[in-house]
Design a protein around this ligand. Structure first.
Ligand code: GLU
Length: 305
């Protein structure tokens, strides 16, 4: 950890002063109220050693990063059958695109673009009695953080402006790949995306993807080793919208970004690292977040390649 700590401090100062060419997401009106200069980092190793710097203890909207958790829960319920409903291929298209769905007959390319995550929400709705409460409970159990919450304002803000997601959900339903009521699926999806966490919490909640021996405080495993391998593979190939190749090229770790400016990256058998900086590049990924992680894996020589 001492080695990581010094490197993180140095890169933090370096990247903090870089001219940020990104822009805060405002298509969900509530997200635009964030302090755009926020910048935080936290690393947690599989031995539970942790180090944070900057705004690492400030909660932010994790948005699509929550899709790692929803996929995990759906995978636990369905096992390999899940892949009949959603594929595991990079899309090469923007996260909210409707384009490929027509040709693919309503089967989304992967669980991390919006269409795929909406199908995953539908799967969860078929399994959970009280979807919003039960999913939150799952996140609290995995992280051992009982204070995790949705941000109702963000959820409502997205509900009132989520025209593309509404279109996606209806379109997929027309192919028969949404089984539940469209409004119920979307309400769950918007709440899931509104989850708030700090960088510290985010780096802790995905430890089950880094540590083969991970169990919750109640002694439960989250995924089998084979399942965790597969989720990491989808994160590497599909976790960064149509910039997943670029992230693998520059950073070299499985990970997931969200339009709230958060990124979490996983080094299997070593650590999880979360970065938050709200200004996004044109592809929707945190500009400084990607820059920080590129420098971090280069200086520590700790990518998976
Ligand atoms: N709730 C956002 C949306 O559906 C999530 C997008 C993201 O973070 O990629 O547009």
């Amino acid at each position: 950890m001492e080695n990581y700590k010094k490197i993180i401090e140095d890169i933090y100062l370096d990247v903090k002063n870089v001219n940020d060419i990104g822009k805060v997401a405002n298509y969900i009106p509530e997200l635009a109220f964030v302090d755009s200069n926020s910048f935080g980092i936290n690393i947690t190793t599989i031995n539970k050693e942790s180090f944070g710097i900057g705004d690492f203890n400030t909660k932010f909207s994790i948005q699509s990063v929550s899709k790692v958790l929803s996929l995990t829960l759906a995978y636990k319920f369905e096992g390999a059958k899940l892949w009949e409903r959603v594929d595991v291929e990079p899309s090469g298209n923007p996260f909210n695109s409707l384009l490929q769905l027509e040709a693919d007959l309503g089967k989304p390319r992967n669980p991390f673009i919006n269409s795929g995550a909406i199908v995953i929400c539908d799967v969860l709705l078929s399994h959970l009695e009280n979807p919003k409460e039960d999913f939150l409970e799952f996140c609290r159990e995995v992280s051992n953080i009982p204070t995790l919450e949705y941000n109702e304002k963000v959820a409502q803000s997205e509900k009132s402006s989520g025209f593309r997601n509404t279109a996606l959900c209806n379109f997929i339903k027309s192919f028969g790949n949404i089984k539940n009521d469209v409004d119920a699926v979307l309400d769950f999806y918007f709440h899931m995306c509104s989850l708030e966490m700090t960088c510290k919490e985010l780096s802790e909640i995905v430890l089950y993807l880094a540590d083969d021996n991970f169990t919750t405080h109640k002694g439960k495993r989250i995924l089998t080793m084979s399942q965790a391998k597969r989720v990491n593979a989808i994160l590497l190939t599909c976790g960064f919208y149509d910039e997943s190749g670029e992230f693998a090229f520059r950073v070299g770790l499985p990970g997931k970004s969200g339009v709230g400016g958060g990124i979490v990256a996983i080094h299997p058998d070593k650590y999880c690292i979360a970065v938050w900086s709200p200004k996004l590049n044109v592809k929707g990924n945190s500009y400084k977040g990607m820059l920080f992680l590129e420098k971090f894996t280069s200086k520590t020589a700790s990518s998976i390649f």
